[in-house]
Ligand binder design. Structure first.
Ligand code: LMR
Length: 332
């Protein structure tokens, strides 16, 4: 009797272990360059949790923050090679794949993140998610970070204050032109190298969101930050299109659901995390935060806006017009 109970129990245990052991989860890597305590960092963690839940464990998501696995220079290539499945680069970094997405880099284009959101949700914004399919990149979602602030080791109150300084920029020709227009020197650098470049003085200044300035400690090596809100840093979550299209419909649906909910989490926390980061920088006393008067702001707009005309034909006037229209809350 004892023996037969043992045999029955063993068979039952085998029946449980058998199919589970045969079904190894698909391991999916999500690589990004920022810290966990940022909008993108939090959203990637949320996506992992939900994707594993909605696929009933058929997919296991490994999140690699802080350029741990791949930095700016290599992450797109890694997606193309299938070494990583999900990345969420800043929109500025798609420069070499399509000029259209560069619309987001035009200075003083969007009044605020709500306008960016309206543009992304509209017809043109949604079409951009598929604009790199011929390069095998498929956009699944936009994630917000926030508006950019400009910093250096001197107060930047008028555009002339930037003259002669070297600014780190993301790999975008529009951002290069923006600083050239100020008679400053742009220097393209990977995100992971910015802190050190500021610390040793390879570059004098940079532009970024409050959450990045705080979490990467840029404020410790920049004495002055101007709340300029002159541009936007947002992301597109992209996958290798061939890999994605080869997944079963069930897995795609489950991961899309996880992505939609993670996107909502991202967009709900982005404003709050940036506000908190700004407060922490202000109370650290390490860096002085400067506000622009309306007159000073007008001067920055005048100094940076010529970039629009330079890139209009590459981006497309229709796209620029649609982005401008998204500032109007009445028609959107
Ligand atoms: C940067 O390179 O400055 C940022 O785009 C990094 C990021 O992903 O927010």
């Amino acid at each position: 009797m004892r023996k037969s109970i043992f045999v029955v129990a063993s068979i039952a245990a085998l029946a449980l272990v058998g199919p589970a052991a045969a079904q190894q989860p698909i391991v999916v890597k999500f690589s990004h360059v920022v810290a966990d305590n940022t909008p993108k960092g939090q959203a990637a963690i949320k996506f992992k949790e939900l994707a594993e839940k909605y696929t009933n464990g058929k997919v296991k998501v490994e999140v690699y923050p802080n350029s741990q696995l791949f930095g700016d220079a290599k992450e797109m290539e890694a997606v193309a090679l299938g070494d990583v499945q999900f990345i969420a680069p800043s929109l500025s970094k798609f420069d070499k794949f399509t000029k259209q997405i560069q619309v987001f880099d035009l200075p003083f284009l969007f009044n605020d993140i709500a306008a960016v959101d309206r543009f992304q949700a509209g017809k043109q914004g949604q079409a951009l998610l598929r604009s790199m399919e011929s390069k095998n990149f498929l956009g699944l979602a936009y994630w917000h970070n926030g508006m950019k602030q400009i910093s250096a080791n001197r107060p930047l109150l008028k555009p002339e204050d930037a003259k002669g300084l070297k600014f780190r920029i993301q790999a975008s020709d529009i951002l290069a032109a923006q600083f050239q227009g100020l008679n400053a020197t742009p220097q393209k650098l990977a995100f992971s190298e910015v802190y050190q470049a500021l610390q040793v003085g390879t570059v004098d200044g940079q532009e970024n969101t409050w959450s990045n300035i705080f979490s990467q400690k840029f404020y410790e090596v920049q004495k002055d930050i101007t709340e300029s809100d002159h541009g936007v840093i947002d992301y597109m979550v992209v996958v290798n299109a061939k890999w994605w299209n080869g997944l079963s419909k069930d897995l795609q649906d489950a991961m899309k659901k996880a992505m939609d909910e993670a996107t909502k989490v991202n967009n709900d926390v982005a404003g709050k995390l940036n506000d908190e980061a700004k407060q922490k920088i202000a109370s650290s006393g390490a860096s002085k935060i400067h506000q622009l008067t309306p007159e000073q702001r007008k001067q920055w707009v005048e100094a940076m806006k010529p970039v629009w005309a330079k890139f209009e034909s590459a981006i497309g006037k229709d796209l620029i017009d649609a982005a401008v229209a998204s500032n109007d809350t009445k028609t959107n």
